[in-house]
Design a protein around this ligand. Structure first.
Ligand code: SF4
Length: 1009
């Protein structure tokens, strides 16, 4: 039996009724030891486990309370250090300039606590102990400021309690007739040590579990405690294994637990590295194993913790839309907007569409703009009813989402004239954010949300403190990172996860030590960032130095493992991972595992080679035999990995979707045009543009001809393409936005001149157009801020230059007798357009013959009259605001992907009948009006109705027959955002199937050049 437990058992036998006190580092340890004694059959009564602080509290608290002194918030420390440091005179320039760094605040708090618990006051810090007088002054002032804070706010910390307790020895609950002992080899603080040493009653010295040869740390208690005879045991029963990764290591442990048939409450996993407990926790959640964690889980790893960190980063990054989008996509927040039906993913996509940038106002302006344009499009554009509904719904979502964001942003205080905020307001905003918006999907998340909110509330103790927003955010981050949740002692029915310092206390039959990689177990030998070793030695011998920290950690680990090894009924297993899959590097076994291997093998000269030979191949997540699988997925993995290609049939037989995927892959590679390539006749019947309830636009039809497959994805399946959401730091106006802005301005200039019954005249119209352009761009800049002033200036100048070019060209055209007639002429929208008297409510109908008609709606950029009187003809003008590349504009119909000129021509004839008896459209011009397009014009003569009807019939046939083949023109894929849905090289795949007679209609459509 472990010597200390034996010591307690003997104490209970020797003094059955006498009060027996045991000083332990924590209540959890006391409970665990008490349980262990009972389970080992020791009857005990009057055995009291207490911490030195609990005794001090009983002695000192009544006097503190009488003086009105309340306990100070323990967790407040780092935040308080920041505040106190900032409150020091500016002449302090050693640590003060770094006061806003949470890591420094934590280190300072740790040092101040250490000094306080060592019983040291500012006057104990002598100048000659310090390397620098500035540092001496600052540390001393900070300690004094902390004492001043406690006094001014009538607060007392742990050191206050110990100091007060020392003044009232009569109040000690441990009486002279009692006996007491202490948990062996505990590294108490000096004030704890003094409290223990001044306890009345019989002191009983425990036998620690010190192995022979172990280096005893310098700061351990002065009383003699020899190494335990027989420790380490001459021959140790232990197993060893290596795994290919940390996850595989834990899975192997779990498999061994299952194989042993040991109940979970007889199993302890000792995590040598702090990285392991969260992984064990995750695995336990996955397999629904009940577990207790000695150290708990950092709240920062839970959803509310991650959400708060992301929230502070978002604010710090000036509310940047990119950060908010990532926060939404993480699933760590819940959007409470639009009847809670707006998912976080949809909200993230709205941000992308709205092109929100950064700043408090960006969301209100950008989402309002998106709502407005969506409603305008829904009301104006010639789109299908479902698309119209979707646009209206999007607009409503924008409004609700903007209100949700506004509620969060408004809770973040705005800096005053002094550039500072009220910290308490920021805390209120953060607590509200955690309570109302952080996602919680488990009990742990809920506990973390409460723990973080509580920790944030502790900042209230700082009172009406003002600081910069950045500093306030660091206060929040620091508080959130200090919270752990779910720490618990070993309990019946639960697997227990412990640390090296507390390993094996519960005496469980299966004991695993995991994560024994070199360099991960013990602290690095760095000196403390605040007080160097030399300074510590100069101040007090009680302060820990870098070597002490390593010695103490090694000693605690070795002693605890030695104590476990003394129990014959405990099976020990040691393991490590030979690969760090997160950092993609190899890792190596620690000397600790080698030492235990030497003991177990009885070969004190054994080296790592022997250890590796003994352990064999690294374990993986795939079990070595099916009966060792932890669940069905692992069982399958085992089978599949063993069977190789022979297992395909069995796997595909059970997983229908995999089999379909495999079949799709094979079929796509064939020369046949199949359902896996887009042959979906059933969808063709639904999407047939000639259906009576359907109104189509020329753009829709062109899109279908350019790539029927994309048309099917978009219109048939309703699949939206993935947008990256990253704003290009060099671009403000994307081509669509720029084009729409120019179209609007062109139309306004032309209508203005038409209203005044005159042609365009420079410079007056140029000036007017430039002024309107500047106004529109300024409005846009407030709703959608440019990424930089440089980008704004450059793009503004480009747009204005395009406007200048347009006005100049129109002035020349006017002088030459041009007669522009109508602008942005909508037809088939069902609603009148007040700005354009020639707009037409009804769609135009194209007769394809055989009783089949197409109903078409759209918007013609411009109709010009050519000539006058009865001989006048008309021309369609379609503005293109991008570049012009002549080879791309060869031909007339481009396989059906260029239809506007023809369809708008047919529409114009119908529209013009309102003002002309027998209107004739002579042709259409694609006018590349910008500098980029060099004001090029591609003119296409009017096509016969028969020819247009033929092209439309062929296109309609492709859709109706469900021939949704991939584009076979490589250029169609160049700027397509649906590439992820098409696999590699879709145009070649499509091309390989052209000999299939099913595709004859598609090839015929392509022949219309
Ligand atoms: S990537 Fe090419 S084949 Fe695929 S949908 Fe886009 S245009 Fe069509």
């Amino acid at each position: 039996m472990e010597p200390f437990v034996q010591h307690l058992a003997e104490l209970c036998v020797a003094h059955p009724t006498r009060a027996k006190w045991v000083f332990v580092p924590s209540r959890h340890i006391g409970h665990t030891l008490g349980d262990r004694l009972v389970l080992a059959g020791t009857d005990w009564a009057n055995l009291r486990f207490v911490t030195p602080f609990e005794i001090a509290l009983q002695m000192g608290a009544p006097f503190l309370v009488e003086r009105g002194i309340d306990p100070s918030e323990e967790g407040l420390g780092p935040a308080l250090m920041m505040r106190l440091l900032l409150g020091l005179p500016e002449s302090h320039d050693y640590f003060r300039p770094l006061a806003h760094q949470p890591a420094l605040a934590r280190a300072l708090w740790s040092t101040v606590t250490e000094l306080r618990l060592a019983g040291l006051a500012p006057h104990d810090l002598k100048a000659d102990a310090f390397e620098s007088s500035a540092k001496h002054e600052e540390v001393k002032s900070l300690l004094a400021a902390y004492e001043g804070y406690l006094a001014a706010n009538e607060r007392g910390d742990r050191a206050t309690v110990f100091t007060e307790a020392a003044k009232h020895p009569d109040w000690c609950p441990i009486q002279p007739q009692d006996c007491w002992t202490e948990f062996a080899d505990t590294m108490w603080s000096p004030l704890e040590r003094r409290r223990i040493d001044s306890t009345p009653g019989d002191r009983l010295t425990p036998q620690p579990s010190r192995p022979a040869g172990a280096k005893v740390p310098r700061r351990l208690p002065g009383f003699a405690a020899p190494a335990l005879p027989g420790l380490p045991p001459k021959k140790l029963k232990a197993s060893f294994f290596v795994a290919g990764g940390s996850e595989a290591e834990i899975e192997e442990v779990f498999r061994r637990i299952l194989a042993s048939g040991t109940p979970l409450d007889q199993v302890e996993i000792c995590a040598a590295s702090p990285a392991s407990p969260p992984l064990v926790w995750d695995k336990c959640l996955r397999y629904e194993w009940p577990v207790t964690m000695e150290s708990g889980i950092a709240a920062a790893m839970t959803r509310p913790g991650r959400a708060l960190v992301a929230f502070t980063e978002w604010i710090e990054d000036d509310f940047s839309a990119g950060k908010l989008r990532k926060l939404l996509q993480s699933g760590d927040v819940r959007v409470r907007a639009f009847d809670d039906s707006l998912s976080s993913g949809q909200a993230a996509r709205l941000l992308i569409r709205a092109r929100a940038a950064w700043g408090r106002d960006t969301y209100r302006l950008a989402l309002a703009r998106l709502a407005r344009t969506s409603r305008t499009r829904a009301d104006r554009d010639d789109i299908a009813a479902d698309e119209r509904d979707s646009l209206k719904r999007r607009a409503d979502q924008c409004d609700a989402f903007a209100a949700w964001i506004a509620s969060i942003i408004s809770a973040v205080p705005v800096a005053g004239a002094d550039q500072q905020i009220d910290l308490q307001q920021l805390v209120d905003g953060a607590v509200t954010f955690i309570r109302e918006h952080a996602a919680t999907t488990s009990a742990l998340d809920r506990a973390a949300a409460q723990g973080i909110a509580r920790a944030l509330r502790e900042l209230e103790a700082l009172g009406d403190f003002r600081c910069s927003l950045a500093e306030g955010l660091r206060f929040l981050s620091e508080r959130a990172s200090s919270v752990t949740v779910g720490a618990d002692r070993p309990r019946p029915g639960h697997l227990h996860v412990s640390s090296m310092r507390r390993a094996g206390l519960a005496h469980r039959r299966q004991f695993f030590v995991i994560g024994l990689e070199e360099g991960r177990i013990f602290p690095a030998s760095f000196e403390d960032p605040i007080l160097l070793d030399k300074e510590r030695a100069g101040i007090s011998n009680a302060l820990a130095r870098a070597s002490d920290r390593i010695d103490e950690a090694v000693f605690a680990a070795v002693s605890r493992l030695a104590a476990v090894a003394l129990n014959d009924d405990v099976a020990m297993t040691f393991s490590y991972s030979c690969r760090d899959l997160r950092e993609f590097r190899e890792t190596h076994a620690s000397w600790l595992i080698l030492q235990w291997y030497r003991l177990a093998s009885g070969n004190p000269a054994a080296g790592f080679r022997e250890l590796h030979d003994h352990m064999g191949a690294p374990k993986s997540c795939v079990p070595e035999s099916p009966d060792r699988a932890l669940d069905s997925s692992r069982w399958w993995l085992h089978g599949v990995s063993r069977a190789g290609a022979n297992g395909h049939a069995a796997v595909l037989g059970h997983y229908a979707s995999l089999a379909r995927g495999q079949m799709a892959h094979t079929t796509r590679a064939s020369a046949q045009f199949t359902e896996f390539d887009g042959h979906v006749p059933a969808a063709g019947l639904v999407l047939d543009p000639a259906n009576a309830d359907r109104v189509v636009s020329p753009t829709q039809l062109e899109d279908a001809a350019a790539c029927p497959y994309r048309y099917f994805l978009r219109r048939g399946l309703g699949v939206a393409s993935i947008e990256s959401g990253e704003r290009d730091g060099d671009v403000w106006l994307n081509p669509m936005l720029r084009g729409s802005l120019l179209h609007d301005l062109y139309a306004r200039l032309m209508r203005r001149c038409r209203g005044e019954k005159r042609g365009v005249t420079s410079p007056v119209d140029t000036d007017w157009l430039i002024a309107e352009g500047e106004r529109a761009l300024a409005e846009l800049a407030s709703e959608m801020p440019p990424p930089s002033a440089d980008v704004r200036d450059r793009e503004t100048e480009d747009v204005l230059e395009d406007l200048r070019l347009f006005a100049t060209a129109e002035t020349q055209a006017s002088a030459a007798g041009a007669h522009p007639l109508a602008f942005e002429v909508a037809f088939g929208r069902g609603e009148p357009d007040e700005d354009e008297p020639m707009s037409r409510l009804d769609p135009i109908t194209v007769d394809l013959g055989g009783g089949t008609t197409l109903r078409i709606a759209g918007r013609i950029d411009r109709i010009d009259q050519v000539g006058s009187g009865a001989k006048a003809t008309f021309e369609i003008v379609d503005y293109k605001t991008g570049g012009y590349y002549a080879p791309s504009w060869l031909g007339t119909f481009a396989g059906g992907s260029r239809l506007q000129h023809a369809l708008y021509g047919l529409a114009a004839v119908e529209i013009l009948k309102a003002v002309h008896k027998t209107p004739t459209v002579s042709g259409a011009t694609y006018y590349f009006s910008s500098a980029k397009g060099r004001q090029s014009r591609k003119q296409i003569a009017a096509q016969s109705v028969a020819k247009v009807t033929e092209v439309l019939s062929d296109l309609r046939g492709v859709i109706r027959d469900g021939l949704f083949v991939h584009a076979h023109q490589e250029k169609a894929c160049s700027f397509c955002s649906y590439g992820y849905a098409c696999g590699k090289d879709p145009h070649s795949t499509a091309h390989n199937k052209h000999d299939d007679p099913v595709l004859a209609p598609f090839l015929k459509l392509g022949s219309h050049e």
